[in-house]
Design a protein around this ligand. Structure first.
Ligand code: NAD
Length: 303
């Protein structure tokens, strides 16, 4: 099968591409390299440097006739979305609508959309299920939720099948410092350089950390299953506090980690854990990587 991966030079996208290549798919990547890196790109994939907002994608879709599209390209920074909501909207909403238009005109079978736990906002009842209230606290969360609604209406109006994957905090090698969920890569680099780690708030805030290889598997499974048009959390369903995370990372590195505490950041969610029952049922998927092992892999991948 022929698959287009938008954002395939990025952190998660490059792991998705590796999984697809391993499964013998024909893969084309479009990425504008705004945060992605050429060195992340699997040489077995065809790479086209292109912005998802560019009209050239229409001729590309017509010529290449993709079976599936895995859409990961996005502006992923929560804080940038709060500083520049128009910038976030341009890439995340208008860029996605451009991809959706190309999908429907070129009769793509299914689009897999990378959404986020940020669509929920501060939910008090954990673990969060897909039907929990949606109250994003950032424009990034709002733009992703808006795209989800576009996908649902594209299905209703044009019959374009979709799968929406709402990732918890993804971690693993090749993760940059800036995007959503980058806390592990930021801490790992600091610990490696024997520098103190900076914690926003008192460190009791929790996150659900999911390994990037498990996320790549969920994307691949989304192409295989018969039933589409589902929304699935992709998570471990486990809460880990930031303080606990630093303890684990200190163990992995064999170092005492110095912690500096700063004020909590606007828009940050306090507690997070996502139920993964829907993904287990609908994607025939489950997370495999244990946190300590994943942290060790991530830490030791740093040069
Ligand atoms: N990392 C996480 O924890 C996490 C959590 C939830 C959701 N997500 C979502 O997963 C997807 C991938 O995130 P990531 O962490 O790998 O980020 P990333 O920044 O590493 O990857 C994004 C990729 O998209 C490319 N890109 C950005 N704007 C583009 C544009 N206008 N045209 C073409 N390419 C463009 C970038 O160059 C980059 O390669 C995003 O949609 C993000 O919102 C990530």
């Amino acid at each position: 099968m022929k698959v287009l991966v938008t954002g395939g030079a990025g952190f998660i996208g490059s792991h998705v591409v590796d999984k697809l290549i391993q499964e013998k798919c024909q893969v084309v990547i479009i990425d504008n390299l705004s945060t992605g890196l050429r060195e992340n790109i699997n040489p077995a994939a065809t790479f086209i440097q292109l912005d998802i907002r560019n009209d050239e994608i229409f001729s590309l879709f017509m010529t290449e006739k993709f079976d599936f599209v895995i859409h990961l390209a996005a502006q992923t920074m929560v804080h940038k979305s709060l500083e520049m909501p128009d910038y976030d909207c341009d890439i995340n909403i208008l860029g996605t609508v451009n991809i959706l238009e190309a999908c429907r005109k070129a009769n793509v079978k299914r689009i897999i959309f990378s959404s986020t736990a940020a669509v929920y906002g501060n939910v008090t009842a954990l673990p969060v299920v897909e039907t929990s209230p949606k109250a994003p606290t950032s424009f990034y969360g709002l733009s992703k939720l808006t795209c989800e609604n576009y996908l649902s209406l594209y299905k209703e109006v044009y019959g374009l099948d979709y799968m929406i994957l709402r990732y918890a905090n993804v971690y693993g090698d090749r993760q940059g410092d800036g995007g959503e969920g980058g806390v592990i890569s930021i801490f790992a680099r600091k610990i490696r350089q024997d520098q103190p780690v900076l914690i926003f708030g008192d460190g009791s805030q929790t996150r659900d950390f999911i390994y990037v290889g498990d996320v790549a598997n969920a994307n691949y499974q989304s192409l295989l299953v018969d039933h589409a048009n589902k929304i699935c959390n992709i998570s471990t369903q486990t809460e880990t506090s930031v303080n606990m995370l630093i303890d684990y990372m200190g163990n992995v590195a064999g170092k005492m980690v110095v912690r500096n505490y700063n004020e909590k950041r606007e828009g940050d969610i306090y507690k997070s854990s996502l139920s993964n029952a829907t993904a287990r049922k609908n994607l025939d998927w489950q997370p495999h990587m244990m946190l300590l092992e994943g942290l060790a892999k991530t830490y030791h991948s740093l040069i």
